[in-house]
Design a protein around this ligand. Sequence first.
Ligand code: SAH
Ligand code: SF4
Length: 411
Amino acid sequence: MTVAAPTIPHAPAFIEKAPLERYVAPEKPSLVGMSRAELADALGSIGVPEKQRKMRVQQIWNWLYVRGVQSFDAMTSVAKELRAALDARFTLARPEVVAEQVSADGTRKWLLRLPSENPGERPHEVECVYIPDATRATLCVSSQVGCTLNCSFCHTGTQRLVRNLTAGEIVGQVMVARDRLGDWPGGTPPTDGIVPSGDRAVTNIVMMGMGEPLYNFDAVRDALLIVQDGDGLGISRRRITLSTSGVVPMIARAGAEIGVMLAISLHAVRDELRDELVPLNRKYPIAELLEACRNYPGASNARRITFEYVMLKGVNDSIADAKALLRLLKGIPAKINLIPFNPWPGSKYECSDWEQIETFSEVIFNAGYASPVRTPRGRDILAACGQLKSATEKLSARERMALRAMAMTEE
Ligand code: SAH
Ligand code: SF4
């Protein structure tokens, strides 16, 4: 008797890279990114009596996230002995900035160094990009080193080494930006770039840097809850946008547990094409993705879901595509964000012609959607969307062994 093989609706294919690199915590962990409960435990571990912990956590939280201090010594309302005890076991470290570039339009890009799994190996790197304008400024934050997914038009997707960032490394990007922008009480803003006119140098956060945030859900949630905290960094959830390539099962959880604005990297209106551009579509096809959007908690005309659509010449940019897009999004409170494709060395696509982008955007505008074209800011420093690929690459097994051996002989 023969047993029929189960039918697989979408051809199994190379969707995700594995395995992930591990995060190995430093001997002295940073308090940045710990939740209040974790901070209380940290205090408990150095002998702070339970009944004092809540008050101490509140004090430290304020020094960390309102004042932005970088040393325990600066926490003058905390008893000297406690400061010393904290200093012996913890740090206030943020990711290390290895390079800063300022683009002519004020965009800043920081290359951040993060610890690698094995001492002696090349460290991991991520980028964090700051995009200011006259009244607001958006920080584009990464959630992973590289990305496990392989969207065919995305430079980050070609990076082989992948590690999830910790909550501390995600919150740390916001801290680094504010450190570099002199954006703490008493700080001095830089003179070589634009900072918005209000009282905050970072007004909005987008999780649109390297990585797929919904593949690193817990750390992204924990970090964004700290970023939203009204007694700390205080960036409201309406000013935080999480962009996903469509990890359907996690979308409802993102709404319930993080509550931020949602952006979907749609890019195609037919499964056949989306399977190629965003291979995760083979797992979660368009209809399922849009169903998850329809059910996204809190979506309303005031809180629309953004649909990102990268303009690829001759691939997804026809008028028929624009009309199909409108049909697909019917009934969903949506914004449409057309992104001119940013080419990168070796990419097989071209950006649509400007006239075509305008015609496409007109069809969308005439249907009642605002369709801002996201201008490719920061092109001169390769910071624009999808070009966030650092020098970090997976080392060959041989290089790894050689490095480890070198590290051992140095000791
Ligand atoms: N992984 C998440 C978030 C990071 S990518 C996601 O895919 O949504 C941020 C946005 O930049 C996504 O919409 C992504 O599709 C887009 N993007 C990636 N490569 C690009 C490129 N070369 N040109 C323009 N946009 C790109
Ligand atoms: Fe990953 Fe997003 Fe790039 Fe796709 S577009 S490879 S999900 S970072």
